[in-house]
Design a protein around this ligand. Structure first.
Ligand SMILES: [Zn+2]
Ligand SMILES: [Zn+2]
Length: 215
């Protein structure tokens, strides 16, 4: 009696086992999400969805569906665009370096005198007589350093340059303009100041239009 009961139980177990087996097979047999009647050959490495051989391609050692492949290419293109040094960036960099050189040039004549006075132990006399010139050296030198730094930062396409670059170029523009306007065109620093006015204005424009390129 007992044996008779056990027999169908065993066969039932076998049946249940078989059912599970077929369920597992069914689960691993995936169909392409674009073509529900075609078996998938692989899952996309990006989105993880199953695709048939028409909808998926092998890229390197992984499968990627065409939608993800297109996204991947677009991303790479955008990154390339962002990383490239554009004409505007190069122009702004060169103009910053030019402004640095201009500031340096303006510091040089007085600097020469200051150094000479320092070397001949007459610096105190020089300072009392040329206090304004002395502080101009300091200011122009600081400006030269700042412009070199800003030029370098622009070349590196730092995002921070957008605001600082615009503010500094605008201040330099109005500063040189106030020097230039009352100055007769025959004055010795007229060309230097004119270059400063034009280049600071151009820097402002270049940086303003480089907004999307700075990262
Ligand atoms: Zn995909
Ligand atoms: Zn497909």
């Amino acid at each position: 009696m007992n044996k008779k009961v056990e027999m169908p139980k065993e066969s039932m177990d076998g049946k249940v086992k078989g059912l599970f087996e077929s369920a597992r097979v069914k689960r691993t047999t995936e169909y392409c999400i674009n073509h529900p009647r075609t078996s998938a050959i692989a899952r996309c490495a990006e989105c993880g969805l199953p695709f048939c051989n028409i909808c998926i391609d092998r890229v390197g050692d992984q499968y990627i569906c065409y939608a993800c492949l297109k996204k991947k290419i677009d991303r790479a293109k955008n990154a390339e665009k962002k990383g490239a040094v554009t004409f505007k960036i190069l122009m702004a960099t060169s103009l910053f370096f030019l402004l640095a050189i201009m500031a340096f040039i303006q510091a040089v004549p007085n600097l020469q005198q200051a150094i000479l006075s320092f070397l001949s132990y007459k610096f105190n006399a020089f300072y009392t007589k040329h206090t304004v010139e002395f502080w101009n050296i300091i200011i122009e030198f600081s400006k030269a350093l700042m412009f070199f730094f800003l030029g370098y930062e622009t070349l590196m396409m730092k995002r921070s340059i957008f605001l600082t670059g615009m503010v500094v170029s605008l201040v330099q523009f109005f500063w040189s303009l106030t020097v230039l306007l009352p100055l007769p065109s025959t004055a010795s620093n007229f060309p230097t100041t004119l270059i400063q006015v034009v280049s600071s204005f151009l820097v402002f424009i270049c940086i303003y239009y480089s907004k999307d390129e700075l990262v």
